[in-house]
Design a protein around this ligand. Structure first.
Ligand code: NDP
Length: 296
C-alpha cells in the first residue's frame, strides 16, 4: 500500500492560523503584540532566505518582526551588546540568532547570552537542561515540528521504537529527547554507528537528520514505518534545465515511500513546520513573559 504523505505545508498553515488567532486575542484583550527579533551575521545565502521567510511569516500572523543584519566581520562584543539590548527590550519576546555564525564568533557563547525566556530556538543550555529533565522549556523548532506531525499522525507514539539518524545539538539530540519524553524507545545513530541499515530496520519511526542527500534507501525501512525526513539538500537538476537545482531530503523518497506507512516529503514536510513552531514559540514566550495562559 502506498505510504500516507504527511503534508507539513498544510499542517504548518493550520499551526500558523492558530498562532494568528492567539496573537489577535493578545492584542484585543491585553494590548500586547508579540515581537520576534532575528539576528543575521554575514551573507550566507541560505540563511538570508530563511531570515526573509521568517520575517514575512512573523508579520503575516500579526506579530512584530525586527531584523538585525550585521556585517560578517562584526565583533563578538558588538553582537553580545545587541543581544543584551534585545534581552532588555520589553517589546521583544523572542530572539533568534541565525546559525551558522562566522567562524570568529563563539556560537555557544552567543547562544547562551540570549535570555532563556526569549530563546525561541531552544538552544540555550538552560532550555536544553529543562527539556532533558522533562520540565517546561523552550523546545527547538525543527524537532518540535517533527513531534507534532508524529503525534498528529499516530495519536500516541508511546512504546514505539524510534531511530534518530544524526546527533546534532539543533536537531538529532533534542529530537531524541522529545521522543523519549513521549515514551518511545529511542536509538540515536550517527557516523560511527555500526550496521546502520540494521539499526534503521528496527524502527517504527525513523527521523533522518544527517545532511547527506538521499542517504537512506527504501530497503532500510521496516514495512509500515513512519519516516520523518529533516534533511534539506540542494542538488543540481540538469533535467529541469541549465543551472537548475532541486531540493532532496536525507532519505531516498520513492523507495522509502514504497515501504513506509507514512512519510514527509522534501520540500513541504519538516521545513514549513519549523517556521510555524518558531512563531508558536514566540507567542508562548510572550504569554509567559506577561503571566498569561499559553497556547496549547
Ligand atoms: P549536522 O551536520 O550538524 O549533523 C549531522 C549528523 O549526521 C551528525 O550527527 C553526523 O554524525 C551524522 N552523520 C553524518 N554522516 C553520517 C552517516 N554516513 N551515517 C550516519 N550518520 C551520519 O546537521 P544538522 O543536524 O544541523 O542538519 C541535518 C540536516 O537537517 C541537514 O540536511 C540540514 O539542512 C537539515 N535541517 C533542516 C531543518 C528544517 O527546517 N527542515 C532545520 C535544521 C536542519 P557525527 O555526529 O558522528 O558526525
Amino acid at each position: 500500500m502506498a505510504a500516507t504523505v504527511i503534508d507539513g505545508k498544510a499542517f504548518a498553515a493550520t499551526v500558523r492560523g492558530k498562532v494568528g488567532e492567539h496573537v489577535a486575542r493578545l492584542k484585543a484583550d491585553h494590548g500586547i503584540t508579540p515581537g520576534l527579533a532575528v539576528v543575521l551575521v554575514g551573507e550566507d545565502p541560505a540563511s538570508q532566505v530563511y531570515v526573509r521567510s521568517k520575517g514575512k511569516m512573523t508579520v503575516e500572523v500579526g506579530m512584530k518582526s525586527v531584523e538585525h543584519r550585521l556585517d560578517a566581520d562584526t565583533s563578538e562584543v558588538d553582537l553580545l551588546a545587541l543581544i543584551d539590548q534585545l534581552n532588555n527590550d520589553p517589546e521583544i519576546h523572542g530572539i533568534l540568532c541565525q546559525l551558522p555564525l562566522p567562524k570568529h564568533l563563539d556560537e555557544d557563547l552567543v547562544i547562551n547570552s540570549i535570555s532563556p525566556a526569549k530563546d525561541v530556538d531552544g538552544f540555550h543550555i538552560s532550555n536544553v537542561g529543562l527539556l532533558g529533565t522533562g520540565q517546561k522549556s523552550m523546545v527547538p523548532c525543527t524537532p518540535l515540528g517533527c513531534l507534532m506531525m508524529l503525534r498528529d499522525h499516530h495519536g500516541s507514539i508511546s512504546g514505539m521504537d524510534a531511530v534518530v539518524v544524526g546527533r546534532s545539538n539543533i536537531v538529532g539530540k533534542p529530537m531524541a529527547q522529545l521522543l523519549l519524553n513521549d515514551s518511545c524507545t529511542v536509538t540515536i545513530a550517527h557516523s560511527r554507528t555500526k550496521d546502520l541499515p540494521d539499526v534503521v530496520r528496527r524502527a517504527d519511526i525513523v527521523v533522518a537528520a544527517v545532511g547527506r542527500p538521499e542517504m537512506i534507501p527504501g530497503d532500510w525501512i521496516k514495512e509500515g514505518a513512519t519516516v520523518i525526513d529533516v534533511g534539506i539538500n540542494r542538488l543540481d537538476a540538469p533535467e529541469k534545465g541549465e543551472g537548475k537545482t532541486k531540493l532532496v531530503g536525507d532519505v531516498h523518497y520513492e523507495s522509502c515511500a514504497a515501504r513506509a506507512g507514512a512519510i514527509t516529503p522534501v520540500p513541504g514536510g519538516v521545513g514549513p513546520m519549523t517556521i510555524a513552531c518558531l512563531l508558536a514559540n514566540t507567542v508562548t514566550a510572550c504569554c509567559r513573559a506577561n503571566g498569561l495562559d499559553e497556547p496549547e
